[in-house]
Each structure stands twice: as structure tokens, then as C-alpha cells.
Design a binder for this molecule. Structure first.
Ligand code: PMP
Length: 403
């Protein structure tokens, strides 16, 4: 991988922030965009902008073809069996809410919905709302001190009451990679469906939904070099056929009369209204970009950054890393003894370094560790070891100022 060549694709990375070269380590929140993606978005509006699936005119055909070509590309990328199992959404949150809403038709009091202790709020709250609506019970798979799910507890909690298990592939707050293939197999043994939140996994790996055998897999475009307001919900055909539509409107119908409406076939049943056409098309461009670099190369390089970053940060006395599983991606969540993460984050921002501070939309994890939050440095394939050195120096400086 030629990192300097890759970095040249990302205009934002050559910026200065607060007079210092930008070091962007908030990739778990959103990734930066290569020029290929930025230009593809502009070109769509310059050349083919039209509404899709409706017009017979040429531009409408071109826009429809490009949108559907992107769906095919994403189908191949995640190895879905059918392209109609790939639904465009506005992001992970949208995909989870769509499934959680639909499950209201299947649940009754006493049924159980299982989430994990490692979830992002968007994979907790929609399920809590579902439980409130149906009388089902929310069951939580606990975690251990290393930030791993306790597998024996998961096996113990599963029963024929479990109707759906929903768990992230990779934790955004700690970087832990969950053993989802095994978890899916176990859930299926008791007849439960499984939704995988792939928001943090898809920047680092290529999910193979048929091999995983998950029932649903959701992710966001903006975390994989694509535009904001884009995302994918993969669902097995049988589940998507069973699930009621989430929103009503144009595009999702077969026929409408005041007496009765019939719904369109998949995938349109779940794609009411004019979608983010440009975004959906450009998400395909982003996936092409990543595949050209190669996910094996990305994973190997990011792992190097993780190991380097971990050992360099641990040089700092009083620094503690949360999430110490040996199965993790390039996320380092840490605190320094006696100093609030927000104070360090504010000082290092003045030095041009962007990290996340706070609970990372995963308050239960912070409660587990009894901390208000962490500093989170999350690395992407366009980051460098020199940037990690800059982070370490900045944190040392902040520590000195605050001690
Ligand atoms: N799940 C995880 C694991 C995430 O990291 C995020 C984004 N931080 C989400 C869900 C929500 O994604 P979005 O805000 O793009 O809908």
C-alpha cells in the first residue's frame, strides 16, 4: 500500500486545523472521502440528475440504471444471494429501526429480544421501544473487563423465548470484534433471528452475509468513505417478505385505491419515497475505491497501526486502555488517571488532533467501567505512524498541563 498516494486522494487530510497539520483519528465516527467519491457526487448532479424508477425519459433511465448498478455492486460486495435482499437506507440507525418496527408484528409478552452489553445506542433504543410496544423482555449479554462478550453467559441466556439477537460485528467504543459467526449459529439453534450491526466492521472488512448466515446485516455509507445519509440493510429474502413495510408512500406500492393498497415486490416495498439517489450511486463508488486498495491490505495495515499506537500510548504513565481483547480493530479507547477525557481532547484539538471524547453513544459500556467517558483514537488506512507519534506527544503535553 502506498500511503502517501492514498493520502493524496483525500483533500481534507492536507488541511491545517488550529494552525497545525490535521491528524484525523475520529474515523469510527465517520471516515473522510476520497476525491473519486466527491467527484462522483458532483458528476451525478452535473450529468444525470433525475428521479428514478418512474420516467421513460433518458436521464431517468440513466439515474435508475446507475442506482440499480450500485445495488448489484453492494450485493456482490457483501455476497448476498439476491440483489433484492439489499435495501438502501439512510444509515445503520434507519436499518435497525426498520427491522425493530417490523418485529412488533411477530412478538408477544414473554418473548425475549437479546442485545449485548457492547452496543451503540442505536442498537439498544429501537429494541427497547419494541419491547415497550409488545411486552417482550430485553435481555442483555454481559461483557467482561477486557471488553468481550461472555460466551458462556450468551449460551445460558438463549432459549426458545429468544426471538431475535442483535449484536454488533465490531464495537465502536472499544474495537472488540465479536464472534458473530458462532453467535449466529447458537441463536439459530433456538430458532431466533439475528441482526448484525456492521457499522464499525464494514470499514475494516468485507462481510460475507451468506457465510455468516445472518438474517439481517446493517451498515452506514459514511463510515466507508461514502456519503452521509446512505446505508444498507441486508435481509434474507424470506425475512424481508415476512416483515411489514416500515414507511408508506410512493415507490413502495403495487396498486393504491382508497379501499386497499398492495405493496411492491422487494426491494421497493421498503424504499418509500424518493431516496438519496446520488448517495446510493456514490456509495458504490466508495466500495469500488476500498476494494481497489483491498480489504486484506487495509486490515493488515490498520492492525500495524493498532499495535504501534497501543505500545506508544502505553509509554504514558497513568494511561489505561479500555478494550484489551486480542480480537480487535484499530480503535484505542483510553483515559489518563485523574484527568477528564474532555480536557485532554480539547487541548489536543488545539494541536490539530481530532479524537472523540465522551461515551461514544455506548453509555452502558462506560457504566460498566464506572467512567464518564474515554478518549477514542480510531485509525483508518490513510493514517500513519507519524500521526500516532504526534498524538502521543500531544497527549503527553496535555497531561503535563493538566496534572
Ligand atoms: N452502530 C455502531 C456500532 C456505530 O458505530 C454507529 C455509528 N457511530 C451506529 C450504529 C449508528 O450509525 P449511524 O449514525 O450512521 O446510523
Amino acid at each position: 500500500m502506498n500511503i502517501q498516494k492514498i493520502r493524496a486522494d483525500f483533500p481534507i487530510l492536507s488541511q491545517k486545523v488550529n494552525g497545525k497539520p490535521l491528524v484525523y483519528f475520529d474515523n469510527a465516527a465517520t471516515s473522510q472521502k476520497p476525491i473519486q467519491v466527491i467527484e462522483a457526487e458532483a458528476n451525478y448532479y452535473k450529468e444525470i440528475n433525475a428521479n428514478i424508477h418512474r420516467g421513460v425519459h433518458t436521464l431517468s433511465q440513466l439515474a435508475t440504471d446507475a442506482y440499480e448498478a450500485s445495488r448489484l455492486k453492494i450485493q456482490q460486495h457483501i455476497n448476498a444471494k439476491f440483489s433484492h435482499e439489499v435495501l438502501f437506507t439512510s444509515g445503520t440507525t434507519h436499518g435497525i429501526n426498520l427491522v425493530a418496527n417490523g418485529f412488533a408484528s411477530f412478538l408477544k409478552p414473554g418473548d425475549e429480544v437479546m442485545v449485548s452489553a457492547l452496543e451503540h445506542h442505536s442498537n439498544i433504543v429501537p429494541w427497547q421501544m419494541l419491547c415497550e410496544k409488545t411486552g417482550a423482555k430485553l435481555v442483555v449479554i454481559p461483557m467482561n473487563e477486557n471488553g468481550e462478550l461472555i460466551q458462556s453467559e450468551y449460551e445460558r441466556l438463549l432459549s426458545d423465548k429468544t426471538k431475535i439477537v442483535t449484536v454488533n460485528h465490531i464495537s465502536n467504543a472499544l474495537g472488540t470484534i465479536n464472534p458473530i459467526k458462532w453467535m449466529i449459529e447458537k441463536a439459530h439453534e433456538v430458532g431466533a433471528a439475528v441482526l448484525i450491526d456492521g457499522a464499525q466492521a464494514t470499514p475494516h472488512l468485507k462481510p460475507n452475509v451468506q457465510d455468516l448466515d445472518c438474517d439481517f446485516y446493517v451498515f452506514s455509507g459514511h463510515k466507508i468513505c461514502g456519503p452521509t445519509g446512505t446505508g444498507i440493510l441486508y435481509g434474507k429474502e424470506a425475512w424481508l417478505n415476512k416483515l411489514p413495510p416500515y414507511q408508506g408512500g410512493g415507490e413502495m406500492i403495487a396498486t393504491v385505491s382508497f379501499e386497499k393498497t398492495t405493496y411492491a415486490e422487494l426491494p421497493h416495498k421498503f424504499e418509500a419515497g424518493t431516496p438519496n439517489i446520488a448517495g446510493g450511486i456514490v456509495l458504490g463508488t466508495a466500495i469500488d475505491y476500498l476494494n481497489e486498495i483491498g480489504f486484506d491490505n487495509i486490515a493488515t495495515y490498520e492492525h500495524e497501526l493498532l499495535e504501534y499506537g497501543t505500545s506508544r500510548l502505553l509509554e504514558i504513565e497513568g494511561l489505561k486502555i479500555y478494550g484489551t481483547s486480542n480480537q480487535k480493530t484499530s480503535v484505542i479507547s483510553f483515559n489518563i488517571d485523574g484527568i477528564h477525557p474532555y480536557d485532554i481532547g480539547t487541548i489536543i484539538d488545539k494541536l490539530g488532533i481530532a479524537v472523540r471524547t465522551g461515551h461514544h453513544c455506548a453509555q452502558p459500556i462506560m457504566d460498566f467501567y464506572k467512567i464518564p467517558g474515554t478518549l477514542r483514537a480510531s485509525f483508518a488506512f490513510y493514517n500513519t505512524k507519524e500521526e500516532i507519534d504526534a498524538l502521543v506527544e500531544a497527549v503527553k503535553r496535555a497531561k503535563l498541563m493538566l496534572s
